[in-house]
Ligand binder design. Structure first.
Ligand code: ATP
Ligand code: MG
Length: 141
């Protein structure tokens, strides 16, 4: 079984019905929620988390957005958790999500390429790194 890190981003957390629907989808898709917290991501946490995007044009707006309000953070587990969660989310780009995967989470709740509703680790290694940043108290081994 794999672990992955899922984040429900701030604009969705402000909408309790959307947040509840995503949680129901997670459960219905046979993920177990190992850890959950609702928390305002701090600036240092966001910078560390998105370090690989430091030089991208969207970096500042990404960091500003991710620290603009509380997010729901979850450690999810199931077989193939990393890929299965990314499949549920749909494409990163909201235009693509709405066209190619209108029933995906990003297709339904994405507002822009930055406010694209959810985050999911892109590999087992990323999941480990990201869990270390947002759940430092969680012992992964
Ligand atoms: P995530 O890491 O959130 O699961 P991802 O791995 O599909 O998404 P990345 O390329 O890692 O996408 O980008 C990280 C985040 O940066 C995206 O989720 C999105 O919020 C933001 N982002 C990515 N590309 C763009 C873009 N072209 N314009 C604006 N924001 C973007
Ligand atoms: Mg990514």
């Amino acid at each position: 079984f794999q672990l992955t890190l899922a984040i429900i981003k701030p604009h969705v957390v402000k909408n309790p019905i959307a947040t509840q629907k995503i949680r129901e989808l997670i459960i219905a898709s046979n993920f177990k929620i190992v850890k959950f917290k609702r928390k305002l991501i701090s600036l240092p946490e966001a910078e560390k988390f998105y370090d690989e995007h430091k030089r991208k044009f969207f970096y500042n707006r990404l960091i500003t957005f991710m620290t603009s309000g509380p997010s729901d953070m979850m450690i999810l587990t199931k077989e193939n958790a990393v890929k299965d969660w990314r499949d549920l989310m749909g494409p990163t780009k909201v235009f693509k999500a709405q066209f190619e995967a209108p029933d995906s989470i990003r297709g339904k709740y994405g507002l822009s390429d930055t406010r694209n509703a959810t985050h999911g680790s892109d590999s087992v290694d990323s999941a480990r790194r990201e869990i270390g940043i947002l759940f430092p108290e969680f012992n992964i081994d």
